[in-house]
Design a protein around this ligand. Sequence first.
Ligand code: ATP
Ligand code: MG
Length: 390
Amino acid sequence: MDFNTIIIRFGELSTKGKNKKDFIFTLARSIKRHLIDYQDLYEMKINHDHIYLNLKEKNLDLAEILKNIQGMYSFSLALKVEDAELENINSIILEQIKKEEGKTFKVHARRIDKSYPYISDDINREVASNILKNTDLRVDVHNPDILISIEIRTDGAYIFTQTIKGIGGYPEGSIGKCMMMLSGGIDSPVASYLLMRRGVELSFIHFASPPYTNSGVINKLEDILTTLNDYQTKINLYIIPFTKIQEKIYEVSEKGYQVTIMRRMMYRIAARLAKYKNITCIANGESIGQVASQTLDSMYVINKVIDLPVIRPLATYDKNDIISISKKINTYDISIRPYVDCCTIFPVLEPKTSPKDKICNLIESKADFDSLIDEALTNYEHKVFKKDYK
Ligand code: ATP
Ligand code: MG
């Protein structure tokens, strides 16, 4: 059927009590940014349980854009009629239902404007009997081909048959901040997307080991973050010079411990930078069991060097599922571009799957890692990625 209004629902947001207003306005801003190219073609109205987009062009198709905006539970493509007289509703539905495919229908009316003279049941009955009288359609209350929803509000009646699911979660940046560890691989961009969808604002930290790693990695990160700009309009990336620390690790480490120590250093630096930026949480693309450093024993020994929580959105994901999300969000083709990362240049023959904290401490006492960490943290490079919204 035709539509001239899009009704946007928040779902989970409705449970957020006094913060709800902030959430709704954050979502509204986010919708405006995503629809910037269409800004002259709609008007936005906000109330406590919906956002309405009143379209200036009939049947303007914004569904593909709206589907990707986090914090939106669902939206309906509705025909708003200002004259909500039952007679008028009846004739419009009769005309519109011809455009629908199917043999059975159900009417679902809601009377939100309590001053409306008919209760929902009366509306249902009236509209259904009018359809039965004038078409070949039959009623099926359990599994109708066409579900006709009618919402009677103070400003008119909203009629719709199509409700589309959104990606859910919370609006952009509305939940809090996290420092995300970004490599050039497939996993960390997917983990980032899952967190952003949850309304978490991410800053990114990357450990670079020039000249072993080259600018190809940085180009990849730039492309990945520009892609993720779809979900977070402004992104900070901090590139940490990691070469000296890595060389030192390989100088003093005993067999099999290099990766464990390297990751402990990454965690320490990420946590220090996070605190410095007033961020109280770390995140990464670790997945249980994927590699030696991601066994539960390894995670314990690595995680214990910092006191910030570490979120691992992919902890239980299979690689195939991670890959299909990365294709969906368009980071896959960037992630698989060949590159040299700091793990490839310092290969470890038999990485420990059950490293011991005591041995790590012993290795780490053989060099002045604290000073190297201080030095890395004073020499990082900062880049900003912005979506070009007006
Ligand atoms: P990815 O595909 O994201 O690179 P991975 O399967 O290669 O993940 P690891 O290399 O073990 O896994 O890294 C696990 C996680 O640690 C990554 O998802 C990322 O969050 C973080 N990480 C790894 N290398 C770096 C790096 N050079 N800089 C920042 N974070 C990193
Ligand atoms: Mg990696």
